[in-house]
Design a binder for this molecule. Structure first.
Ligand code: ADP
Ligand code: MG
Length: 224
């Protein structure tokens, strides 16, 4: 469902974020993408949806990552970026969460119902009418997750989803993710979170794969 063969990603300044990376994540599986700062996790996620160009072969949601497929890939794939400010661009949380649904042409009442349900699921019904720019980091993160999940994408790419979350919100997120049927690739350095949510993990260091194994077998010392 997600497959990379010799996938290389470089920034305009020449920094190589991924160097001929090959890996695969099965359909319906939740795979953790583990690695220390600068390992290439965020770059991998960005490259899968075409925000960063890559060379080699990459496939996601049944489509090869190339220009002509990007629109469909982005329709089938939900991404929660490392920085929630990147995806809350409308004034209220309600507007942000409803944005994608309305874009699909969904009627107002159906969209409102879905927004209500997802905010309930995330235990944040009270945020609906709050201004996105005035929320805490954790509240923004939950709202960004809700705005992506409400679209029910086939594949979910989550970048450091537990960043800024308090223990209760973190626990709730674990519960939600474990219930979902989607294929997921979750970038994180939160090993205990990864072990609870993702049976399998791929370990990156400096843009290359250094291990692929059961998440609970990953030793913290391996993360660099
Ligand atoms: N905008 C950028 N321009 C140049 N290099 C970048 C940029 N963003 C990240 N990098 C570099 O790409 C590499 C991988 O970074 P990143 O994918 O953010 O790692 P991670 O998410 O695992 O911490 C690092 O060496 C980082 O310095
Ligand atoms: Mg990152």
């Amino acid at each position: 469902m997600i497959k990379l063969i010799d996938w290389t990603v470089a920034y305009p300044d020449g920094t190589k974020a991924l160097d001929r990376l090959s890996l695969s994540a099965g359909r319906g599986e939740r795979t953790a993408l583990i690695g220390g700062n600068g390992a290439g996790k965020s770059s991998l996620i960005r490259s899968l949806v075409g925000i960063l160009p890559g060379q080699g072969t990459a496939e996601i949601a049944g489509l090869e990552v190339r220009k002509e497929n990007l629109q469909e890939i982005r329709r089938r794939t939900g991404v929660v970026f490392q920085n929630p400010d990147d995806q809350l661009f409308l004034p209220t949380i309600r507007d942000n969460v409803a944005f994608g649904l309305k874009n699909l042409g969904m009627g107002k009442e159906e969209a409102e119902e879905k927004v209500r349900n997802i905010l309930q699921q995330f235990n944040i019904p009270g945020l609906a009418d709050r201004l996105a720019m005035k929320l805490s980091g954790g509240e923004k993160r939950l709202a960004a997750l809700a705005s992506v999940m409400v679209m029910e994408p086939e594949v979910l790419l989550l970048d450091e989803p537990t960043a800024f979350l308090d223990p209760k919100a973190r626990r709730n997120l674990i519960r939600i993710l474990k219930r979902l049927p989607q294929t997921m690739l979750i970038a994180t350095h939160d090993l205990s979170f990864a072990a609870e949510v993702c049976p399998r993990a791929v370990l990156l260091s400096r843009g290359t794969l250094i291990a692929e194994k059961a998440t609970e077998e990953i030793d913290e010392d391996l993360i660099s």
